[in-house]
Design a protein around this ligand. Structure first.
Ligand code: 5RP
Length: 222
């Protein structure tokens, strides 16, 4: 995605935001522009609060003056806005490029409505040609990777600055190569069943609306 498509999608997401809402704040670079817009809303007197899905998002929210709340039993998340790495025709999502998939899934799933911001390159008929991020416990991760491999995927430990990438939850991410995911639900359940797997980057039928940012600065909505 380019800055133009991210900004276009971020601006378009504002029309779903209402006074007093508690907002799920997704992760990834597109969210920077969303938080910038939310920050302007707060400055203009709007009362919104956010539940961040990563430490990075929490930092940006603080920078833009967006009040944050914790996700507790009675926290009613009205709307979550998030990015994605791929979106299939039937609104299944592939997420986790930034390594925040577990917190994103918890917050996105608890929201009344989930709006996903992408560009055209991320819209596909079936999920394919990307890596599927899977968060795993560091303990025995190589054994977990062997089981994933036996299922036909090609797991590779994610690195950052020459060290294993550590998620906000203190876990590792295995980026799994695959050909095509015909049945995302089956794939998700198959992987989730493995002891050591915390969760997968497959978000099954969770999105209510997709905003597609275009290079001309316009958007298309699905
Ligand atoms: C992070 C995510 C992001 O939403 C996804 O990677 C898209 O990021 P970007 O907005 O930078 O393209 O799932 O875990």
């Amino acid at each position: 995605m380019t800055d133009v498509t991210k900004q276009a999608a971020a601006k378009a997401s504002l029309k779903y935001v209402r006074e007093g809402m508690i907002l799920g704040l997704g992760s990834g670079s597109t969210m920077y522009y969303v938080l910038e817009e939310f920050g302007s809303l707060v400055k203009s007197g709007f009362h919104i609060k956010g539940v961040p899905t990563s430490q990075r998002t929490a930092g940006w929210a603080e920078e833009f003056g967006i009040p944050l709340v914790e996700l507790k039993r009675h926290t009613a998340v009205d709307l979550a806005i998030d990015g994605a790495n791929q979106v299939s025709n039937d609104f299944h999502l592939l997420k986790g490029g930034g390594g925040s998939l577990v917190r994103e899934k918890i917050v996105d799933a608890s929201a009344n409505e989930l709006v996903i911001l992408v560009d055209e390159s991320k819209c596909v008929s079936h999920l394919h040609g990307a890596l599927l991020p899977v968060e795993v416990l560091p303990f025995g991760w190589e054994k977990t990777a062997v089981i994933i491999e036996k299922l036909g995927y090609e797991p590779a430990l994610r690195y950052k600055d020459n060290s294993p990438f550590i998620s906000d939850n203190g876990n590792y991410i295995l980026d799994c190569g695959f050909n095509i995911i015909d049945n995302p639900q089956k794939t998700h359940l198959q992987l989730k069943e493995i002891t050591g797997v915390v969760d997968t980057g497959l978000f099954i039928g969770m999105a209510d609306r997709i905003i597609i940012g275009k290079e001309e600065g316009t958007v298309e909505e699905k």
